[in-house]
Ligand binder design. Structure first.
Ligand code: NDP
Length: 330
């Protein structure tokens, strides 16, 4: 018998690397799930700064591709042999594989986690990748404890706002940097004890003042080029530098000997290495969803765009116009 017509859905495609205009809204074919796979109809798609790196080629990627590293959706088909997933399940994924800027997609079942029914789709999409990143940064790379002082750059951003909420709940003194007064107000609401508008003030001098010259235990730096050197200056003796992004560009190389003046630690973590096994992924997701349920993490869905408008979402994110999370709705 003839095979059925292929199922077509709308998705964003990138054929050449470049600005937001390279994000094209197109019809694509979505196949049937094979062994170990499921098909998911996406309900809410989280936008992450890494999507910009992929689009521009900062992180190498073969074209053409569908961008997007996370989504929350409903299972519409289950591949042969899978018993622990059912049509109708609400699931989420964050990290590999790519392709979430799509109405529907096929995924390995091993990458998805169940979403508790009490958590709204959009909230889940705003805390999945960004919340698991906050978990890795605050609980695994360095263990923040009550009494620690932490510095968080881009404190009103997607990851930044969750870092502030969580670090505050852990009992840390939280210092955050932001570019505008509006973002400063949000960071304060999220539990930042000291907010520095780093576009107007010298953040190193302010951190020095706030800590009475002692410096901070740990810096979480996702801004990169513009802040990296200053961040090192903010650390106390044996402090921990966590460089986890480069929103302003790649930081300049650091001579190892620069760390010797204060016996500093330096790490450059990637979420996927901390969620590489199924157990690690489930533990991270469980921790995030439990903190959402407990009211400790309050996902800020500050911007909602139709999926077809992904280019506008990217343009706004890159122009530092956004705060909290951006969610695309198919
Ligand atoms: P954000 O919402 O934090 O957006 C980026 C923010 O960075 C901006 O809002 C802006 O805040 C600040 N920024 C400072 N300088 C610039 C600049 N020149 N251009 C653009 N933005 C700038 O994004 P996400 O929450 O999605 O991601 C935050 C960072 O964390 C990214 O660098 C991302 O790559 C990284 N990340 C890393 C992961 C990992 O595994 N290592 C996982 C997840 C995220 P302001 O206006 O206040 O300066």
């Amino acid at each position: 018998s003839p095979s059925p017509a292929p199922k077509m859905v709308k998705a964003i495609r990138v054929y050449e690397l470049g600005g937001p205009e390279v994000l094209k809204w197109e019809d694509v074919e979505v196949g049937e799930p094979k062994e170990g796979e499921i098909r998911v109809r996406n309900k809410a798609i989280g936008v992450n700064f890494i999507d910009v790196y992929h689009r521009k080629g900062v992180y190498a990627k073969e074209t053409p591709f569908t961008p997007g590293m996370e989504a929350v959706g409903v299972v519409t088909a289950v591949g042969p042999g899978l018993t622990d997933r059912q049509v109708g399940d609400v699931v989420a994924y964050a990290g590999n594989p790519m392709g979430s800027y799509s109405e529907e997609q096929v995924l390995p079942a091993s990458v998805v986690v169940p979403v508790p029914p009490s958590i709204d789709h959009k909230i889940a999409a705003s805390v999945m990748l960004k919340g698991m990143t906050a978990y890795v940064l605050l609980r695994r790379c360095y263990k923040v404890e009550a009494g620690h002082t932490v510095l968080i750059h881009a404190a009103a951003g997607g990851v930044g706002s969750l870092l502030c909420q969580w670090a505050n709940a852990l009992g840390a003194t939280v210092i955050g940097t932001v570019s505008t007064e509006e973002k400063a107000a949000q960071a304060a609401e999220d539990g930042c004890h000291h907010v520095i508008v780093y576009t107007k003030e010298d953040f190193v001098a302010r951190v020095n003042e706030v800590t009475s010259g002692n410096g901070v235990n740990v810096v979480y730096d996702s801004v990169g080029k513009d802040t990296f050197q200053g961040s090192l200056s903010c650390l106390r003796s044996r402090g921990f530098m966590v460089s986890f992004g480069q929103s302003s560009g790649r930081p300049d190389p650091v001579p190892l000997s620069d760390l010797a003046s204060k016996s500093l630690f330096l790490t450059r973590p990637s979420l996927m290495h901390y969620t590489a096994t199924r157990d690690e992924l489930l533990a991270a997701a469980r921790e995030v969803f439990a903190n959402v349920a407990a009211g400790i993490l309050r996902g800020r869905v500050n911007h909602i765009y139709p999926l077809s408008d992904a280019a506008r979402a990217h343009a706004d994110l890159e122009a530092r116009k956004t705060s909290g999370s951006i969610v695309l709705i198919p």
